[in-house]
Design a protein. Sequence first.
Length: 162
Amino acid sequence: MSRPRTSPSKPRPNTPSSFGKQFLSTRRTPGSIKFTESRAKSSIEWVEYRSKQLPAPGDYSPQRPSTTGGAFSNAKPKSDLDWTILRAKQTPAADAYNVSNGAFSGTSGGRFSTAYPKSYLELEEYRSKSLPSSAEYRVSGCCLEKRTDRQTSLSIYAVVLT
């Protein structure tokens, strides 16, 4: 099934497309191939070639910058000691504060504690008193039975599982 033409056109003559023109232009006959007879430049010849294009030191005259104006600094910056002295002059002394009418007026000097805090061992004893002993546990399906040894007449408690 061919595609319908959308616009009427003239019949085209038998001319190659642009790709065809390019392809035909690169086609050669066997007798027209030529090999180059020149030789490539060596690395030294390339260095010589590039250096000939650069200007020599005598080819230009640079202008010196003008030396008029400007001066060395006459400033005397403060050292670390000077800054410490300046900061100390601006800070008030310890006796410059008026504490007689302040927050500490009317309070006495206080006193040292007379308490005897408990040691680690005493705290452990106190804590262990609140824990249940092993005799307070009841295991289901188990009971104690008193037995007497006939030879030694000693009483022995034995655990009997039921």
